[in-house]
Design a protein around this ligand. Structure first.
Ligand code: AP5
Ligand code: MG
Length: 212
């Protein structure tokens, strides 16, 4: 089963993908994580991506689509995957339909007023786990692997505002794109805890599977 996780910055795509990965044995592919690994490694892709990410803008489509197209050919994607942060505009969505079959698009919907706090309070681990300072109780290391937590370079108020604007103008239209394809389910993450949102998403995935 191949899933697109759609949602604004801070909606909880990464948080939910990490839970879903364990339950359904689906590969988690995050274009943001791929770019950050390239920045850390100082690769040409990382050098190109950094300026766009720091400005809250999208990395050019050709680069991003080639990365995803290639990643989907790896053996570990054969059992199904979740795309987190891809596609992010109509061009990418149409390209994706040329090289992959998407079964379901899970749109994680959150009131915009909650996002700034969620993102600026986020602390992440290089193992992929993500936390919010309000739930850490002062802890500075990852509960899963013990490594030190840190704040993402693009998690500052100015860049977050630019990312939200980019989402509104370029990514939000994908809700309609997947609705027209009959593949859209929407879960609301504003009022529920991550575990409650997870239950909603599992229900949608299980419903979909039962209909196959
Ligand atoms: P990316 O890394 O994808 O960032 P994003 O879309 O801005 O999303 P985030 O990772 O910030 O949020 P999330 O939805 O994963 O939320 P999380 O689970 O962490 O992309 C970064 C940049 O890379 C882009 O700006 C762009 O430049 C570039 N890029 C990436 N993909 C691209 C593409 N396809 N094309 C071009 N450029 C691309 O949760 C957030 C916080 O909220 C955490 O603290 C978490 O603990 C908390 N939280 C989660 N759920 C809940 C809940 N239910 N209740 C309370 N708190 C919660
Ligand atoms: Mg994320």
């Amino acid at each position: 089963m191949n899933i697109v996780l759609l949602g604004a910055p801070g909606a909880g795509k990464g948080t939910q993908a990490s839970k879903l990965e364990q339950k359904y044995n689906l590969l988690h592919i995050s274009t943001g994580d791929i770019f950050r690994a390239n920045i850390k490694g100082g690769t040409p892709i990382g050098k190109l991506a950094k300026s766009y990410i720091d400005a809250g803008q999208l990395v050019p489509d050709e680069v991003t689509c080639d990365i995803v197209k290639d990643r989907l050919t790896w053996q570990d994607a054969a059992n199904g995957y979740m795309l987190d942060g891809f596609p992010r505009n109509l061009f990418q969505a149409e390209k994706l339909d040329e090289f992959a079959h998407i079964d379901l698009c899970v749109n994680i919907s959150v009131e915009f007023s909650l996002l700034m706090d969620r993102i600026c309070g986020r602390r992440v681990c290089s193992c992929g786990e993500s936390y919010h300072i309000s739930t850490l109780g002062g802890r500075t290391t990852c509960a899963k692997c013990g490594q030190p937590l840190y704040q993402r370079a693009d998690d500052n108020p100015e860049t977050v505002q630019a990312r939200l604007n980019t989402y509104n103008t370029q990514t939000a239209p994908l809700i309609d794109y997947y609705k027209k394809q009959g593949k859209l389910v929407t879960v609301v993450s504003g009022e529920g805890s991550p575990d409650e949102v997870f239950v909603q998403i599992c229900k949608e995935i299980d419903n979909f599977k039962a209909q196959q």
